[in-house]
Each structure stands twice: as C-alpha cells, then as structure tokens.
Design a protein around this ligand. Structure first.
Ligand code: DGY
Length: 322
C-alpha cells in the first residue's frame, strides 16, 4: 500500500523522470533556483512540508534539525553520503532519515575505474594535447603511462561501493587488499586481503582507492605520513569525499613524483577545489560525477520513494538510517 499524498519539498532539481515519479505520488515543491538553499531558505521550504528530499550539500546539524517544524516527519537525502546530517539529533527528535545505499554502487565503481585508468594512462595530458592542437603524430615515447592490470589495489573503506570496485578491478587481474573499520565476512571479501590498519594497507597499494565515508576518523586520513607509505609511483583515486585527503600532502607528492598520478572526483570545499590541482599534468579530474548515471539517478529516486512509504506506514525501510 502506498502512503497518502504527502507534501514534500525538494531542495534541488532532480532529473525529470525522477520528478515525474515523485509528482505522480505526492504534492511536490521544488527549489526553482536549483542552487544550494541557505539555512533560512531550508527552514522556509520545510515549513509547509511533511518531509524533505535534500542533497549532500544541505546541512542538517543539530540546530537545523531542532528548528524544523513539528510536522516534518522525514529528511530523505538523495545521496549515499550522510555526513551532512546529525543522525543523533535526528534520532532524538524522532525524525526519520533516509538515504540511497547500494543503488549507486555500480555507477560509482565505474567512476573509480575511469579515474584509475585516466590517471594511469595520462588521459588528461592526451586530451589537452588534442584539444590544444599540439599533437604532431604517433611517437614511441608519447605519453607513456602505466598499466593497472595485475597491480595491487588497496581499497580504503570496504562497504558496498568498495566491494563493487573490487569486483570490477578483478576483471583487470588486480589483487585486492582492503582496510575497513571491521573485517568483512568471507563472501564480501571474495578473496581480498584484509589489513587491520590503514598504514598496513597503504604499504601494499600500487593503486589506492578512497571509498570510505567522511567522518571524524577518516578526515585527512591521507596525509603526508601515510602518503610516504605508498609504494613509489603509486596512483591515488578518490571517489568518496574530498576531506579524506590533505591536499597539501597529495599535491606535494604529485609534484615530487613520489606518486605517479591521481584521479579525483571529489574535493574539499566543493565546488571550489585547490587550484594547484588544475595546474598539475598528472591528475585526472571529474566534477563529483560518481553517481551521475541515469540508472543510478532513477534508482536513487525509487529507493527514497519506497523508504518514505515505509516510514509513513510504520514499516522498516532498508534505506532508513535513523
Ligand atoms: C553521494 O551519493 O553521496 C554522492 O556523493 C552525491 O552526494
């Protein structure tokens, strides 16, 4: 049974087919400006709503949660990341929080592969050479990269996205190593080698992929000391959150040549990224595109809709965080 029509405020324009599905079931208000709302605007949007659909760029700290009108029953984030929401405050207020786990794992894992390959094969330099009209023809010494085939892949954060990256990487004969807060069961490991500390993982990572959520424990986890543990000419990929990396440390290692290259989809302080990245030849950058496929976007909408249904009907929802 689906819940009665609800009043839902959506803080950013979502893809039209997703909006169509929402509108068919509920009375929807959408932020007409398609920009991040200010805290006051967020509260105003919530003032006439039973619930909100938000993004990872809408902050719900304890203060914002306490200020929500009492009729707001849920906040559903159109993201798998939830570091923008104070879950303890939501629990205390009785506010249901929903997110979009798993449905974007394929999309993000494909981005991880894209970044690995783009960084390893100097895709950015090749693009520039062509677009700037500097290509003078094939030469045996042109843009020599590295293969990821057969290399050791280190995955920091072995959740569902990490597991999916591991499966894709095995297609490249990579041997998979990982660190996670807790060791995963054998079926999730699928032969991957567990390392009890990030430091142990780094020492064996020819390619390191950051796939852990942003939290107190992971912020700036990749700093100067840890980067020094990576094998010479390693490649760093970040599909998680920009604040996992100490930008000064990564940039220095890319400049010195200790690291061969990096592939980055996320940045501290988005959309402003450290401008030094733009001047480095050995980085391959994407503008936070990890989950941006039509398949993932549709599934993200659907999982939020069914979670909202479940919350309103008092059922459990697989994507309910609190
Ligand atoms: C996510 O789902 O967390 C993406 O990074 C978008 O915020």
């Amino acid at each position: 049974m689906t819940s009665p029509r609800l009043r839902i405020a959506v803080t950013r324009a979502l893809p039209e087919p997703v909006m169509d599905r929402f509108r068919a079931l509920h009375d929807i208000w959408v932020n007409p400006d398609d920009r991040v709302l200010t805290p006051d605007e967020l509260q105003a949007a919530a003032s006439g709503a039973d619930g909100l659909i938000v993004t990872a760029f809408d902050r719900f700290d304890a203060k914002a949660i306490a200020a929500l009108a009492p009729h707001v029953r849920f906040v559903a984030t159109y993201s798998v990341g939830n570091e923008h929401i104070d879950l303890d405050a939501a629990r205390a207020r009785g506010l249901a929080i929903l997110s979009t786990p798993d449905v974007l794992s394929n999309a993000v894992a494909e981005t991880a592969m894209l970044l690995m390959l783009g960084a390893a094969r100097r895709a950015h330099e090749g693009d520039r050479m062509l677009y700037e009209g500097r290509w003078t023809g094939w030469t045996p010494t042109q843009l020599i990269g590295r293969e990821i085939t057969g290399k050791r892949l280190g995955i920091l954060g072995m959740g569902r996205i990490g597991e999916t990256i591991a499966r894709r990487a095995r297609g490249f004969d990579m041997t998979v190593h990982y660190h996670n807060r807790s060791r995963r069961p054998p079926e999730a490991e699928a032969g991957a080698t567990y390392h009890a500390t990030p430091d142990d993982l780094l020492a064996v990572s020819d390619v390191l992929v950051l796939a852990a959520p942003s939290s107190k424990a992971t912020r700036r986890i990749l700093d100067t000391t840890r980067i020094a543990r990576l094998p010479a000419s390693a490649i760093v990929v970040n599909i998680a959150r920009g604040d996992l990396i100490d930008d000064d440390a990564l940039i220095a290692a890319l400049q010195s040549g200790h690291l061969a290259s990096a592939g980055l989809d996320v940045f501290a302080g988005e959309p402003r990224l450290d401008p030094r990245y733009l001047a480095l030849p050995n980085v391959y950058l994407q503008p936070h595109q990890g989950s941006s496929t039509i398949e993932a976007r549709l599934a993200m909408g659907d999982i939020l809709l069914s979670g909202i249904d479940a919350v309103m009907a008092g059922r459990t929802a697989v994507n309910r965080l609190v």
